[in-house]
Design a protein around this ligand. Structure first.
Ligand code: ADP
Length: 506
């Protein structure tokens, strides 16, 4: 049975309905309140979600930035590593290039290993010869014939010719310009994905170019590639310049050496000729002197007999003439003797008898011998040979003649009241120097060089009145030189002269 039907009381039923309505209303209100709360909560959650999403997006951005930065850093590190490796190899190559002065050798230094160490896959280097055609000097990664054709391709590009060879600038395949369409074609021909081409410079401009390239499309050209290839090509240029200079210098030296050899040959031939002439002259003088000496001895002998009155008493005028003949014969005889001595010493026919000679004793003897003429002229003579001066290795008689000639001249050319000094000292451990000084008339600079020549006599008052042959100093010179010594003179007109000669220590 229906329970409602059981509620017969309408009042009760209404009350129940009202109650139920109330309950429903309250329920509705409660539900609305709950709904409002829920809505509010949802809104808050939505706002938080949006916040979270924003934070997430920000984090995502940052993560991306970090990855990007990391990639950049990695790339920069790689770039830096490449640069450092390139610089180390470049430094090594620079050292290698500067140690070479041969042109071929310079290009050989850039071999496959070095190019690889620089970080490149292929290399091409070419230079222009005197006729303007290009010659391949480096071909790494290319066969010779292929390299020659590629060099032709390069030098056929007006842009590269102008920029690299004309203006000495560096060119990279990544440079964008009007030849951009031609570059891919060139890259294909070269089998490269990128390249750098730098001029090989010389004093008067670029003489060629160096091309270094990468095969891999993942390797990108940077500025450091340009710098590195530019510097390397410049180093090659410098090394070529040095080689050229060296070659020029070497050629100049060879030329000079050839000229010197030629001159030496000519001089040797001239010397041989002079020696032969000199020998002929000595032989001639010897022969003539010998031929003169015999009749002269007869003339002198007969003159002495006649002068001594052995052929009858002579009238005074004849006696005077005969005495003159005698005196002139003596002069002629001394001249002939001097000539013969010079010829003998000069030709080496005179064998010197070397012995240890005491210069002080020799000078003392000389002082005794020449005392009368010095006394006549009132000349003061002094010997300054200290005991520590060693003995000399000499032919006593010949050195005696040297002293007699030099001191004899000093007496002749020193006015009365003058002074003559003979001094000696050890010039070096093996040589003794002897110096004869006077306070005489002196010798003019012009005559100084000539007084050792045969028959040379200075044109002065003393020589006009005094007799002389002009052979004394010539003989002295030959004797000193035969002793391996040196003879020299210094003089001042009006103040005197110094004759200096050296002799070896005994
Ligand atoms: P000579 O004495 O026979 O003329 P020498 O050969 O000995 O020949 O000397 C050559 C010349 O050198 C002399 O004529 C003289 O003019 C010059 N001469 C040599 N010694 C001296 C000296 N001590 N002072 C000045 N002139 C000198």
């Amino acid at each position: 049975m229906d329970p409602l039907n059981q509620v017969r009381d309408p009042m009760l039923l209404e009350s129940i309905i009202n109650f139920a309505g109330m309950i429903g209303l309250v329920g509705m209100i409660l539900l609305s309140i709950v709904l409002v709360f829920k809505m509010e909560r949802l809104r808050t959650l939505n706002a938080e979600l949006a916040k979270l999403r924003r934070a997430f997006e920000e984090l995502d951005e940052q993560a991306k930035l970090i990855v990007r930065t990391d990639l950049e850093l990695h790339r920069a590190q790689e770039e830096l590593d490449k640069k450092v490796a390139g610089l180390v190899t470049l430094q090594k190559l620079t050292r290698l290039l500067t140690t070479t002065l041969d042109e071929e050798e310079i290009f050989h230094k850039l071999d496959e290993r070095n190019i690889c160490e620089l970080g490149y896959d292929r290399a091409l280097g070419f230079t222009r010869d005197g006729q303007g055609s290009f010659l391949v000097r480096i071909a790494i990664g290319y066969a010779p014939a292929e390299a020659q054709a590629l060099a032709g391709e390069f030098t056929g590009q007006p842009m590269i010719v102008d920029k690299v060879l004309g203006k000495s600038n560096v060119f990279a395949s990544s440079d964008s310009d009007r030849t951009a369409q031609e570059i891919p074609r060139l890259l294909k021909a070269l089998g490269l994905s990128s390249f750098v081409c730098a001029p090989i410079p010389q004093k008067d401009g670029a003489i060629g170019a160096l091309v270094l390239g990468y095969e891999s499309p993942y390797t990108h050209l940077t500025d450091s590639d340009k710098d590195l290839v530019y510097v390397l090509a410049a180093q090659i240029g410098q090394a070529l310049e040095n080689a050229k200079l060296f070659e020029e210098q070497w050629r100049a030296q060879q030329d000079l050496e050839n000229k010197i050899q030629q001159r030496t040959r000519e001089l040797t031939a001239a010397l041989q000729e002079i020696k032969a002439i000199s020998k002929r002259k000595s032989d001639f003088i010897s022969a003539v002197s010998h031929e003169l000496r015999t009749p002269l001895t007869s003339i002198k002998g007969y003159a002495s007999i006649v002068a001594a009155g052995k052929l009858g008493e002579l009238p005074p005028a004849a006696k005077e003439r005969i005495e003159k003949i005698n005196k002139h014969s003596d002069n002629l005889s001394s001249l002939i003797n001097n000539l013969l001595d010079i010829a003998r010493i000069e030709s080496g026919r005179e064998v010197l008898k070397f012995e240890a000679v005491n210069l002080k004793a020799l000078a003392d003897n000389l002082a005794d011998m020449l005392a009368p003429p010095m006394k006549d002229k009132g000349i003061e003579f002094s010997i300054q040979i200290p005991p520590e001066v060693p003995l000399v290795r000499a032919d006593r008689n010949q050195i005696d003649r040297v002293f007699i000639n030099i001191v004899g001249n000093a007496i002749k050319f020193t006015p009365p009241g003058g002074r003559i000094t003979v001094a000696a000292r050890l010039q070096d451990p093996q040589t003794v120097e002897i110096k004869v000084s006077d306070t005489g008339i002196g010798i003019a600079p012009n005559d100084l060089e000539k007084i050792f020549e045969e028959f040379y006599r200075v044109d002065n008052e003393v020589n006009q009145s005094a007799k002389g042959t002009g052979l004394g100093l010539t003989l002295v010179k030959y004797i000193v030189e035969a002793h391996h010594g040196k003879l020299s003179v210094s003089s001042q007109v009006g103040h005197g002269s110094h004759f200096i000669f050296t002799l070896p220590k005994a």
